[in-house]
Design a protein around this ligand. Structure first.
Ligand code: ZN
Length: 163
C-alpha cells in the first residue's frame, strides 16, 4: 500500500475497525475463571472510560481461549476483537511476539509500517497510533491479555490492578 493514498488507507482502516466493533469476535466471558490454566483481569482506561474484563485460558503452552466483556469506544472494543483473532490458537511465545509487534506499532506515532502477515486486521490501528489519546484505547485489551497470561504462567510482575 502506498502512503500517497493516505486518505484511502485511513478509510479502509476505519472500515476494518468499525466492522470489528459491530461484529466483535469472541466477545463474552467463557469457561470458569477459577479453572486451572485460567486467569481473569479487569483493566480500565480512565482517559476514555473504556473497560475490559478479560479471561485467558492456556492449555499445554497454547492460548486456548481469550474471552472478554468490553465497554467503551469503538477503538477499544474493536481492538479486543482483533486480539482474540490474533492470539487464540497460538503458542504463548508466538502470541507474546504478536503482542510486542502490536505494541511497537502503537508506540510508533504513526511512523511504523504495519506487517500484515503478523498483524492481519491489526494493521488498521496504524492510523490510531498517530493520536496519543487513542493509543491507550487500542492497547487496553492487549495489556489486559498480557497481564492475565502472566498470571497463568507465573510471570506476573505484581503491578496488576485486578478489580
Ligand atoms: Zn477509548
Amino acid at each position: 500500500m502506498s502512503t500517497a493514498n493516505g486518505q484511502d488507507l485511513d478509510a479502509l482502516y476505519q472500515e476494518i475497525i468499525l466492522d470489528h466493533y459491530k461484529n466483535p469476535h469472541g466477545k463474552g466471558l467463557r469457561g470458569d475463571a477459577d479453572a486451572a490454566g485460567t486467569a481473569e483481569v479487569h483493566h480500565v482506561n480512565p482517559t476514555c472510560g473504556d473497560e475490559v474484563t478479560l479471561r485467558v485460558h492456556l492449555a499445554d503452552g497454547v492460548v486456548d481461549d481469550v474471552s472478554y466483556d468490553a465497554v467503551g469506544c469503538s477503538i477499544s472494543q474493536a481492538s479486543a476483537s482483533v486480539l482474540h483473532d490474533l492470539v487464540v490458537g497460538k503458542g504463548v511465545d508466538e502470541a507474546m511476539a504478536i503482542h510486542q509487534e502490536f505494541l511497537t506499532l502503537m508506540q510508533g506515532k504513526g511512523a511504523i509500517e504495519p506487517d500484515e502477515e503478523v498483524l492481519e486486521d491489526g494493521i488498521a490501528f496504524a492510523g490510531v497510533a498517530r493520536f496519543p489519546a487513542r493509543v491507550k484505547c487500542a492497547l487496553l485489551s492487549w495489556m489486559a491479555w498480557k497481564d492475565a497470561t502472566a498470571r497463568v504462567t507465573g510471570a506476573a510482575t505484581g503491578e496488576g490492578d485486578k478489580a
